[in-house]
Design a protein around this ligand. Structure first.
Ligand code: ADP
Length: 587
């Protein structure tokens, strides 16, 4: 309250008003009082003058000027007034307080002039004779047509001045008391009046600082209380609105953060205003630390920059595809649109990562090219041998059987290729008709090895089985499992030169069944290892074809192992051998 201007201003005004009123009252009362005293004095002077006029007239008419002196002194003694008798020509005949011979002529004195002219006159001035302020009253002696002189009665005004000063003191004291009480009352009234205003000011200040919902308790019925209640309502309403806005903002942020698409808000100066989690991941940003960084510094992409400039200028949405060199390399479909209705403008970028889509498209394109190529080779061979036979080689008894044999081989290759493609397509599509059973791995592997034994023997490769555990089963489709093992064992025999060995090992590692197909063959170079499970990928294409490979075996193995909830890995050193490790969940 003591620091509040709203308290001090009216208080100072009130106090000023009281002091000025007191001052005016003091002056007016002093003036009135003095006038009253002067009137009383005039009355007294007049009564004396009127009372002695007949005797003075007598003395003057009878030329008893000497007797006048003692008469004047007598009257002065009785009345304490100064009595002066002046002849018509201004000569002072007698004076109670001064020797008349030493006095100058008095015919120019104001009161004398007035008395001669109208019968009586008065004035107030400093008496040079007595050296004090005096009040004079003069009355004419003789008739208006035949004046013979004047009687003047005077009394000093110092008495009046003393009385007026005493009255002024009392009035000043009274005004002092009234002013002090007035100030006190003013303070109480102003404090009482400004208290609700102070409350309102404090609440408004809290509102501006965001402390919504707080209320002032003003229960009265005046306008300020009404204003307070309105402010309370406003505060509550604002609190509700703010909560709603905060809620909406939270939902919006949660939605933005949960989006797979990157969302970046950019201001008119092409600086990042906001980026959601997906966008932060793409551009390696952290919010809010990176807010305010220029787009060119963050995205380093000319297309994005120029598109932002275009959209800022035209306000029209644009869609572009950009490539981030990485690593990792990424392709982003980017929609740039201007921020609708925002006062400070800007653009929003929505970035959709289409890297996987692009890779799939490439893979599909490559796959189609590979399939066409793989099919073309055996078909071309079949066509060539058939045409040769038709154009006369049928009768060539030395070679015709060989030609037909080649046709059969190529047809078998074609069939193997189509078989592999079909099973790969089925596994990939997820509609392979699997029949899952708990398969005992030890006996299953024995059977598999039995099947490949004769081929291994033919290629002079030693085929062995190491069972580190007997009693272990996996929940798999036997047909699919058979395909996995046939492919791996077949490859191991194929890529192991005569005199080498292929070992199949069964073990358990925690919850997993481990099947390792290890050979001492040609091995796989480090640069090929990563791509070995891709469709049609072959280290040595010619050798693979020669050995009847389709380039799809390992791709099928990988997909089947995945379909059984397992995985396959390869470890190899070129020239020293290869190990394929199949992990399957144990049941
Ligand atoms: P392919 O029908 O050509 O054997 P795969 O998909 O089965 O096709 O194998 C892909 C390629 O992996 C083969 O062409 C071969 O170069 C290499 N490969 C597979 N298994 C072995 C192995 N045990 N030793 C050496 N290389 C192998």
């Amino acid at each position: 309250m003591w620091t509040s201007r709203i308290f001090w201003r009216p208080l100072v005004l009130f106090v000023l008003l009281i002091v000025i009123s007191g001052f005016i009252a003091h002056s007016m009362m002093s003036m009135l009082q003095r006038q009253q005293l002067i009137d009383q004095l005039d009355l007294r002077l007049r009564s004396i003058a009127v009372a002695i006029r007949p005797q003075v007239n007598e003395h003057l008419s009878e030329n008893q000027e000497v007797a006048i002196d003692s008469f004047v002194e007598d009257i002065s003694e009785q009345t304490k007034a100064r009595i002066t008798i002046i002849k018509l020509d201004g000569l002072v005949l007698a004076d109670s307080h001064q020797d008349p011979t030493k006095m100058e002529r008095h015919n120019q004195r104001m009161e004398i002039v007035a008395a001669i002219r109208s019968g009586e006159g008065n004035s107030e001035r400093h008496s040079s004779t007595l050296d004090m302020d005096m009040r004079y009253f003069a009355i004419r002696i003789g008739s208006e047509s035949n004046p013979i002189g004047t009687v003047r009665v005077a009394l000093p005004t110092s008495e009046i001045d003393r009385e007026v000063a005493a009255i002024q003191n009392s009035i000043a004291r009274l005004i002092g008391i009234v002013t002090a009480s007035g100030v006190l009352i003013c303070m109480i009234i102003v404090a009482w009046m400004t208290r609700p205003l102070t409350f309102l000011i404090n609440e408004t200040r809290e509102l501006t600082m965001g402390q919504l919902g707080e209320t002032v308790n003003l229960t009265g019925g005046n306008e300020i209380d009404e204003l307070g209640r309105t402010l309370n309502e406003l505060s509550r309403e604002l609190a509700t609105r703010m909560a709603m806005l905060e809620d909406n903002r939270g939902q919006l942020l949660a939605t933005l953060e949960g989006m797979d698409e990157g969302v970046v808000s950019v201001d008119t100066d092409e600086r990042i205003r906001f980026a959601n989690e997906a966008a932060c991941k793409i551009f390696d940003l952290s919010m809010p630390d990176d807010a305010g960084r220029p787009v060119w510094e963050v995205m380093r992409n000319q297309i994005v920059e120029s598109t932002i400039v275009d959209v800022l200028a035209s306000g029209e949405t644009q869609r572009v595809e950009i490539e981030l060199l990485g690593p990792p390399q990424r392709f982003l479909s980017t929609t740039v649109s201007s921020v609708p209705g925002a006062s400070d403008g800007g653009v929003i970028l929505v970035l959709h990562d289409i890297t996987d889509l692009r890779r799939l498209e490439n893979m599909r394109r490559e796959f189609v090219a590979n399939v066409s190529h793989e099919l073309k080779t055996p078909l071309a061979s079949i066509q060539a041998y058939s045409e040769t036979l038709l154009s006369g080689a049928l009768d060539d008894e030395q070679n015709n059987e060989g030609f037909v044999q080649r046709i059969v081989e190529q047809a078998e290759r074609l069939s193997a290729l189509i078989q592999d493609l079909l099973s790969l397509a089925r596994v990939e599509a997820g509609n392979h008709p699997f029949e899952f059973v708990d398969l005992n791995m030890a006996s299953f592997l024995q059977e598999c090895l039995e099947y490949h034994k004769s081929r291994a023997r033919k290629r002079e490769v030693e085929l062995g089985l190491v069972l580190r555990t007997q009693d272990v089963s996996a929940h798999v489709d036997p047909e699919g499992m058979r395909q996995i093992m046939d492919n791996l064992i077949d490859n191991a025999i194929k890529y192991t030169p005569a005199g080498g060995s292929v070992d199949v090992e069964l073990d358990v590692d925690g919850d997993d069944v481990h099947i390792v197909v290890r050979d001492s063959g040609i091995g796989i170079g480090q640069i090929h290892i990563e791509r070995i499970f891709e469709r049609f990928y072959r280290v040595d294409k010619a050798r693979s074809r020669e050995l009847g490979g389709t380039g799809l075996g390992l791709a099928i193995v990988k997909h089947l192992a995945g379909a059984f909830g397992g995985s396959v890995e390869v470890e190899s050193t070129a020239g020293q051998g290869t190990s394929f490790i199949v992990r399957l969940p144990q049941c």
